[in-house]
Ligand binder design. Structure first.
Ligand code: IMP
Length: 446
């Protein structure tokens, strides 16, 4: 198999919100196809260009690049109401959109009553709640695995309404038995009935988008020599198997998820781009060993505008966690590291980095199983801050020495180089390391 027929994967190495959307947007001109393989509207991929900001939840981040084909893969769960709102945001005539957006007919639908169940389960969990985005992700994947879900293809079948009503009735019965009061529930500000009405309208619009079988569509594109980028959502530490279970999302967010969620053989995966922030954030509940509760945490939240792009919730902020990063690099087979938001730390006099955990008196330099994480005490190395504005910097080599030292520390610990650094939300604020050969490789013609 030659290099030209493998898909590259881009994913987050922390708890999501690493700035993946912006990096995909920067890399997209080099790809013919961008494909989402898991998750759903719990994601919020922010893109900024020409003084405008866009947030994509389900539609792949290649949509703003003319000529790029965007695929919502079989592994994604889709809420037609949110999808249709995203279509509006793009401000493209339907005929144009139909040339660049494709959806796998095997992808499962998130029903309004899946969102009802999400709320009911969180209510039942009380203090132990996951902190879900309440977009119905968990219940929709539950029905998929239980073999009772509804796929996009089913929405055009004659018995669709009957299937929908049966599933809805089951969800209602379960939700009410858990104490959920449907009449008090608001879904994106709407009552259940109003949301359901808008959901069906959204479904009609969604069904106007061409449906494909992602495994055939993507493999055939690769066979023809097209460059394909698989775009991950959430982050490695939220993976259903390898994240801090149960405080995780309900899909496989890791590189292997691209195989399942698009229908790609493992041998068809090329580069794995791993994106991490220069610090850590987490939204929702669950262990976070390097979390900061005082002024430094507030400062990072303010400077990094660390508020959920899907829910608006303030994100928990903390220092960079190298044992966790090392684990994420291992589980994904990361070949290229990409660091984002170093500029957020510009003002800090000193910066801490977690280099080990102390657990029951023992030091570990790779993240232990999630069950032990609650007791993990971070061991920090402190470095001097760069205290420099990075606005005028446009090459890797011009970065302040203290920031280069920070990067070296990460590279030595993890064992691979940081090849791209992002210093702000705009496409232009992206530095490629000279000699790493990313752009050269991506611009090579096959
Ligand atoms: P759910 O996937 O909405 O059920 O949320 C499960 C957990 O994953 C919660 O802690 C969420 O805050 C978190 N989560 C889900 N999607 C994202 C994301 O795109 N970025 C960051 N955290 C997320």
């Amino acid at each position: 198999m030659t290099e030209n027929n493998r898909a590259d994967v881009l994913l987050g190495l922390q708890w999501g919100d690493e700035g993946k959307g912006k990096i995909v947007d920067v890399l997209t001109p080099h790809y013919k196809m961008v494909a989402r393989f898991q998750g759903g509207p719990n994601a919020g991929h922010s893109l900024a260009f020409e003084d405008k900001k866009y947030i994509l939840h389900t539609i792949p981040s290649g949509i703003f690049h003319p000529g790029c084909l965007n695929v919502v893969g079989n592994g994604v769960v889709v809420d037609p109401y949110i999808f249709s709102n995203e279509m509006d945001q793009l401000n493209l005539p339907l005929e144009k959109l139909k040339e660049s957006l494709f959806i796998c007919s095997k992808a499962h639908l998130i029903l309004p009553s899946h969102r009802l169940l999400d709320a009911a389960f969180e209510l039942k969990k009380g203090k132990l709640k996951i902190g879900s985005t309440l977009k119905g992700i968990g219940p929709a994947y539950t029905d998929k695995v239980a073999r009772s879900g509804i796929r996009i293809a089913d929405a055009s079948a004659p018995d669709f309404r009957q299937k929908y009503d049966t599933l809805k009735a089951e969800h209602f019965s379960l939700a009410t038995s858990l104490g959920c009061k449907v009449e008090e529930l608001r879904l994106d500000g709407l009552s259940f009935d109003a949301y359901e009405k808008a959901w069906f309208k959204g479904l009609d619009r969604l069904l106007a988008i061409p449906q494909v079988q992602s495994e055939l569509f993507v493999n055939e594109a690769l066979d023809k020599g097209a460059r394909v980028l698989a775009e991950g959502a959430q982050g490695t530490l939220l993976d259903i198997d390898f994240g801090s279970y149960p405080f995780v999302t309900s899909s496989n967010t890791i590189a292997a998820g691209a195989c399942i969620g698009l229908g790609l053989a493992p041998s068809r995966i090329g580069e794995v781009f791993g994106v991490f922030k220069a610090y850590c954030t987490r939204v929702g509940s669950g262990p976070f060993p390097t979390e900061l509760h005082g002024d430094d945490g507030d400062h990072i939240r303010k400077m990094g505008n660390e508020y959920g792009s899907t829910t608006g919730r303030p994100r928990r902020c903390g220092w960079l966690d190298l044992p966790a990063l090392k684990y994420a690099v291992m589980i994904n087979g990361v070949s290229r590291l990409i660091m984002t938001k170093a500029d957020v730390l510009n003002d800090l006099e000193s910066i801490k980095v977690c280099v080990a955990y102390e657990i029951d008196g023992e030091q570990k330099n790779i993240m232990p199983p999630a069950c032990n994480l609650q007791n993990a005490k971070p061991v920090y190395k402190e470095i001097k801050g760069w205290q420099n504005d990075l606005d005028q910097i446009d090459t890797f080599e011009q970065l302040p020495p203290a920031l280069l030292e920070y990067v070296s520390l990460i590279e030595e610990y993890i064992g691979i180089t940081v090849d791209i650094i992002s210093l702000g939300p705009d496409r232009k604020q992206t530095l490629f390391r000279k000699g790493a050969g990313i752009l050269e490789r991506l611009s090579k013609k096959f």
